[in-house]
Design a protein around this ligand. Structure first.
Ligand SMILES: Nc1ncnc2c1ncn2[C@@H]1O[C@H](COP(=O)(O)OP(=O)(O)O)[C@@H](O)[C@H]1O
Ligand SMILES: Cc1cn([C@H]2C[C@H](O)[C@@H](COP(=O)(O)OP(=O)(O)O)O2)c(=O)[nH]c1=O
Length: 214
C-alpha cells in the first residue's frame, strides 16, 4: 500500500504555518491512517543543518545555483529518511513546502529557470510528486505586511532580505505552476480570515481523499 503525499505552498506570509497548526489536529481527528506533518527545508537532522546554512543572514555571498543545490540536497535527505518510509507504510504525509517552492523561489525569484530547477530536483526526488498541493494565495504585499507586523515572533532569515521584485517573481512563478498543474494544485484564497482558510484547506483535502477521512 502506498500512502498519500500532500504539500502546502505559498509566498512568505501566506499563512502556511498558522493554517497547518490549526488544520493538523482537525485532520488527525478524522483520519483513518497515521498522519505526519513535516517541513522543508528541514525535517531531518542533516536537512535542518543545511537549512541553517541556507537561511543564515550572514551568508550573503551564496550563489543562486549553490542555494538551489542546497535546497535539493536537504530535500533528498528528508525524502529518504522521513517522507518515503512514511508513505511506504501507508501514512498521510503533509509537507510544508516541496519542489514547487524551489521552482518558485530559485526558478522564478533567482531566475535560474523552471526547467533547470525541475531537472535538478528530478535527481533529488527520483520523480516523487505530491498527490495534492494546497496553494495558499495572497498578493505579495499582503504577505510581506503580515510578516512585518509580526516581525518579533519570527526569526529574520536571508530570504527576508530580498526585494519586492524578487517576491513578485516568486508569486508569478507560483501562478504559472497553478495554471500548469490544474489537477494537482488547489488554490485557496489566503486573504480570508484564518478560520476560513483552514476550513477551505480541510474541505479540499477531505473531498480529494474521501476514503481516508470520516
Ligand atoms: N488568514 C490570515 N489573516 C491574517 N493574518 C494571518 C493569516 N494567516 C496568518 N496570518 C499571520 O501572518 C503572519 C505569517 O503567517 P505564517 O503562518 O507564519 O505564514 P507562512 O508560514 O506562510 O510564512 C503570522 O503573524 C500570522 O499570524
Ligand atoms: C523549500 C524551499 C524553501 N524556500 C524558501 C521559502 C522561505 O522563504 C524559506 C523557508 O523558510 P521558512 O522559515 O520555512 O519560511 P515559511 O514560513 O515562509 O515557509 O525558504 C526556497 O527558496 N526554496 C525551497 O525549495
Amino acid at each position: 500500500m502506498t500512502g498519500t503525499f500532500i504539500t502546502f505552498e505559498g509566498p512568505d506570509g501566506a499563512g502556511k504555518t498558522s493554517v497547518l497548526q490549526a488544520l493538523i489536529p482537525r485532520l488527525k481527528a478524522q483520519s483513518q491512517v497515521a498522519l505526519n506533518l513535516t517541513r522543508e527545508p528541514g525535517g531531518a537532522k542533516i536537512s535542518e543543518k543545511i537549512r541553517d546554512v541556507i537561511l543564515d543572514p550572514a551568508n550573503t555571498e551564496m550563489d543562486a545555483r549553490t542555494e538551489a543545490l542546497l535546497y535539493a540536497a536537504s530535500r533528498r535527505q528528508h525524502l529518504v529518511e522521513v517522507i518515503k518510509p512514511a508513505l511506504a507504510q501507508g501514512d498521510i504525509v503533509i509537507c510544508d513546502r516541496f519542489v514547487d517552492s524551489s521552482v518558485a523561489y530559485q526558478g522564478g525569484g533567482r531566475q535560474i529557470g523552471t526547467q533547470a530547477v525541475l531537472q535538478m530536483n528530478q535527481f533529488a526526488t527520483a520523480g516523487l510528486e505530491p498527490d495534492l498541493t494546497i496553494y495558499l494565495d495572497v498578493p505579495v504585499q499582503v504577505g510581506l505586511d503580515r510578516i512585518a507586523a509580526h516581525q518579533h515572533e519570527r526569526q529574520y532569515d536571508r530570504l527576508d532580505q530580498e526585494s519586492l521584485a524578487f517576491h513578485e517573481r516568486v508569486h508569478s512563478a507560483y501562478m504559472k505552476l497553478v495554471a500548469d498543474n490544474p489537477m494537482r494544485i488547489v488554490t485557496v484564497d489566503a486573504t480570508q480570515p484564518l478560520g476560513s482558510v483552514v476550513t477551505a484547506a480541510e474541505a479540499a483535502i477531505t473531498k480529494r481523499f474521501p476514503s481516508l477521512f470520516g
